[in-house]
Each structure stands twice: as C-alpha cells, then as structure tokens.
Design a protein around this ligand. Structure first.
Ligand SMILES: O=C(O)CCC(=O)C(=O)O
Ligand SMILES: [Fe+2]
Length: 210
C-alpha cells in the first residue's frame, strides 16, 4: 500500500492507495480521494440539478427499464452505444467538468465523457458487464468516483475462477486499467439492507473521429 499526499480538493489528509495487480488487469483504489463534506455537497448538487432518467435497454429483443437512473454527459462527439441504444451526451455540468479536469490531472489521463448512475437504495444495481464498447478503444482507462452509500463492487475473470470484491465508500476513486475490460467483468450487486442513495460517475475517453 502506498501513501500519497492529497494534492487536490484542498486539505492535507493522507491519500491512501490500494493496488490490486490481478492477472490481466490493474485495479487501484483511493478510498478517500474526496473529503466527506465535498462528496456530500457534490452528491446533493448533482442529484437535484441533473435530468435523471430510468432509461431502457434492449434485452432479448425487448425494451427493459434499467434498475437505476442515469445520465450520459460529455463532449458533444461522445455518443455512446450499448445494449441496442445510442446515448447523446448532455452538456457538462460545471462541477462534473471540474471533477473530470481534476481526475485528468491526478491520473495524467484524458477524460471527455462520463456515465453517472444513481442508485436510490440497495435494490438498485448493475449486472455483470465490461466497459468494452468499441468507441472506448483498446484497453480503456475507466475512473470511477462514488458518492453516498458505500456499496460492494465485484469483479470476476471471464474464463478463470477468480473474483475480487471491493467496498466503495463515499469519496472513493476506483481505477480500472490494463486489460481489465477484456478479461474481467464487473457488477454492483443488490444489497437489500442499504436504504440510502449512491451516485457513481465513471469517467471515460472517446476519441473524436475526423
Ligand atoms: O456503480 C458502479 O460502481 C459501477 C458503474 C459501472 O460499472 C459503469 O458505469 O459502467
Ligand atoms: Fe462498468
């Protein structure tokens, strides 16, 4: 475990980093990347100010409502297609833009779009998947910021009996890199005892096609 000094969000707390060098994937977790008050305020602001939608995706040829609400946001060229639906990005909310800029600086990686997911309680969830849509390119870097209720996050290898379970507290930053999306799946399982809300932002990069 490495200890870095927190550089952004203006306090002097020690920034803890946990690294998991999995076969075919690199996972890093900064459990307290954002401070509690910053996380709380950002969550309140985004829950009330964004146009959340319980979108539908196509499963077995039929539209099915997703078990959460979401917003797709980013630069205007960042169209995103998954499960038979194309999402056009909403323009940047200034606080999300600021967070993307801070992340880009912190990780030395460009980010130009973000999927925001709002889980009202532990019934809301996301099933097994990989963030491997072609527009994300080969071996995408996915940076995931969590606000609100701490939830369990699970990874499993596609072909080997290997699993990793993490707890994602409010203010945490999870980074998935290497060949993670090629060889591993991840999900946010239901946790029926959790009765408050969580907001997750997964920052991504989509190249502009000229
Ligand atoms: O809510 C989470 O932590 C997972 C989100 C996720 O996997 C995604 O947006 O692709
Ligand atoms: Fe994902």
């Amino acid at each position: 475990m490495n200890i870095l000094t927190r550089q952004s969000h203006s306090d002097n707390l020690q920034l803890t980093l946990q690294q998991f060098n999995l076969p075919d994937a690199n996972i890093s977790l900064w459990p307290n990347w954002l401070t509690e008050p910053f996380s709380y305020n950002l969550q309140q602001q985004l829950v009330s100010q964004l146009s959340w939608a319980q979108d539908s995706i196509i499963m077995f040829g039929k539209p099915v409502k997703i078990p959460r609400q979401q917003v797709w946001m980013g630069d205007s060229h960042c169209r995103y297609r998954y499960s038979g639906t194309t999402f056009i990005p909403q323009p940047w909310h200034p606080a999300v833009r600021q967070l993307a800029d801070n992340l880009s600086q912190f990780l030395q990686q460009p980010f130009n779009c973000v999927l925001l997911n709002l889980y009202a309680d532990g019934q809301h969830h996301m099933g097994w998947h990989a963030d491997n849509e072609p527009e994300l390119g080969h071996d995408p870097v996915i940076a995931s910021v969590s606000l609100g209720a701490a939830r369990r996050f699970e990874l499993k290898h596609r072909t080997q009996p290997w699993q990793l379970t993490l707890d994602l507290p409010s203010g945490s930053l999870l980074l998935m890199t290497g060949q993670c999306q090629r060889h591993w799946l991840h999900r946010l399982p239901k946790q029926s005892r959790i009765n408050h809300c969580r907001l997750n932002l997964t920052f991504r990069y989509i190249e502009a096609v000229s």
